[in-house]
Design a protein around this ligand. Structure first.
Ligand code: COI
Length: 338
């Protein structure tokens, strides 16, 4: 794909050659099918359209210096996808089926895996949707599992540069006992108004507070929040945060680099004490945060005074990338080489 300008890719959709599909009918998953169609046909009464019976994942494939393609923590994505399916009463998706479909989709679109050091990677989007005619609120009779891929650049247009984020107190992303901990489209729909408002006001994302007390930091837009203080990596614990696989990995990497790790509720006021902060996720990787504004309360928390990523954000970012691209030994067994 020599005619793709890899280094100028943003986080968007580009047509690739194939996607992989699998139908669940009559109580069982069928065979993996390969398709070059970008569209799907479904009944207008499908539960994914009306009742949000849908779940998705986000993963990336990286091309190393050795030319080999690496997948990062695919087993974790498989498990989370299954938890998400269970969370909206969809058919269980076996880990082997998930992994086989992901590997097939990546291998069949190998020419779209960006070169080493291009700043881009291949984003993998597995999804499961409820199909079949159903008007009553109950689980679908059939499901479709799809894996498509698309080469992407940075999620936040600033890349690895600190960005400003804003708290919008008038909106909640997810209820304490709701669907916040699973990866379903409804969570992202619920966050759409504050996200659009944030972008319109020049912020890269909306920070969501816990829905019950409006006191604690929950999510940083489509990513998890983390901060650094006193040689400690701190990330919020809450019953409505999506457990990010990148965050889980960063907690381990932070420990490997000699930081302490704390996963605990993080009150908004504590923002004033952080030396560094960032948003982390598969799409975002690490996006350092320079400033967080609590708009309704007229408060401003300046985290990066010089507009540069802090030293720990730098170290964590480079360490994680080195593992993902194969520049460092995969001591935790996180990488699948294709
Ligand atoms: C990811 O980080 O992979 C996500 O799914 C977040 C977002 C693009 C919705």
């Amino acid at each position: 794909m020599e005619n793709i300008d890899w280094s100028s890719l943003s986080f968007g959709y580009m047509k690739t050659d194939y996607n992989v599909r699998c139908y669940y009918r009559n109580g069982k998953w069928g065979e993996l099918e390969v398709s070059s169609e970008e569209t799907i046909t479904m009944h207008m009464a499908a539960t994914c359209l009306h009742y949000g019976q849908e779940a998705f994942e986000g993963m990336k494939a990286f091309r190393g210096k050795d030319g080999k393609i690496r997948l990062f923590r695919m087993d974790e994505n498989a498990k989370r996808m299954n938890r998400s399916c269970q969370g909206v009463v969809m058919a269980e998706l076996p880990q082997e089926l998930f992994e086989a479909a992901v590997i097939k989709a990546v291998k069949m679109n190998e020419r779209f895996v960006p070169p080493y050091e291009s700043g881009a990677s291949l984003y993998i989007r597995p999804l499961v949707i409820g199909l079949g005619a159903q008007v009553g609120v109950k689980p679908a009779p059939e499901y479709l599992f799809i894996v498509f891929v698309t080469p992407v650049g940075p999620y936040f247009k600033e890349g690895f540069k600190p960005t400003k984020m804003a708290i919008f107190r008038d909106y909640d992303r997810a209820a304490p006992l709701g669907t916040g901990t699973i990866k379903v489209g409804g969570n992202y729909a619920a966050g759409m108004i504050p996200t659009v408002k944030a972008h319109d006001m020049g912020y890269s994302a909306a920070i969501f507070l816990d829905a019950k007390e409006k006191k604690y930091i929950d999510e940083a837009g489509p990513a998890n929040f983390f901060a650094i203080k006193d040689n400690t990596y701190i990330t919020p614990e809450s019953s409505s945060i999506l457990p990010s696989i990148t965050n889980k990995s960063l907690m381990q990497v932070a420990q490997d680099l000699g930081l302490k790790v704390e996963r605990r509720p993080v009150a908004e006021e504590e923002l004033a004490t952080f030396e560094e902060a960032g948003a982390c996720g598969t799409a975002a990787v690490i996006s350092p945060i320079s400033e967080i504004d609590d708009l309704e309360n007229n408060k401003q928390y300046i985290i990066s005074k010089d507009g540069k990523p802090g030293p720990w954000c730098e170290k964590l970012y480079h360490e994680l990338r080195a593992i993902q691209y194969g520049d460092k030994p995969d001591t935790h067994g996180w990488v699948t080489i294709l």
